[in-house]
Design a protein around this ligand. Structure first.
Ligand code: HEC
Length: 118
């Protein structure tokens, strides 16, 4: 009896883990599949350094470009993310002359809500 109970506990926790894993994966925002304007902006301006899905990469120059989806973020608040995109720094270009304030704001939302799920 004890064994049966234990098996049920183990099986149900395995099921929970599997269920969580699946729902997480299906909710992942795919930049390449999005027709939104901000996804287009990302593909045109950001993917070259941050990777096509914002996963980050090391450039040929040796600069390490961080993932925009996970890790310890330097830019956390909307204001900080906006500032990073507008002014760049530390290996990132400044976009305040290439993009309008509205476009930068759309990218802030893409990073914070769609990529980081915050
Ligand atoms: C020339 C390469 C390059 C391009 C193009 C670029 N980035 Fe970056 N980005 C970087 C690097 C390098 C950093 C790390 C800066 C640092 O460590 O302070 C960074 C940092 C960031 C961060 C802060 C990450 C954190 O830790 O919180 C955000 C947000 C960001 N970039 C968004 C963008 C967006 C949006 C675009 C497109 C408009 C873009 N970047 C284009 C190289 C780039």
């Amino acid at each position: 009896m004890q064994f049966v109970k234990l098996s049920i506990v183990i099986l149900s926790s395995l099921f929970l883990v599997a269920a969580c894993g699946r729902s997480g994966a299906s909710e992942r925002y795919v930049i390449a599949e999005s027709k939104s304007y901000e996804a287009t902006l990302f593909r045109q301006n950001c993917a070259i350094c941050h990777g096509s899905e914002g996963e980050g990469k090391t450039l040929d120059t040796g600069i390490k470009v961080p993932s925009l989806r996970e890790g310890d973020f330097k830019a956390v608040t909307e204001h900080q993310i906006h500032n990073q995109i507008a002014n760049g720094g530390n290996g990132m270009l400044a976009f305040r002359r290439q993009l309008t304030d509205r476009e930068i704001q759309l990218l802030v939302t893409l990073v914070k809500r769609d990529l980081r799920g915050q």
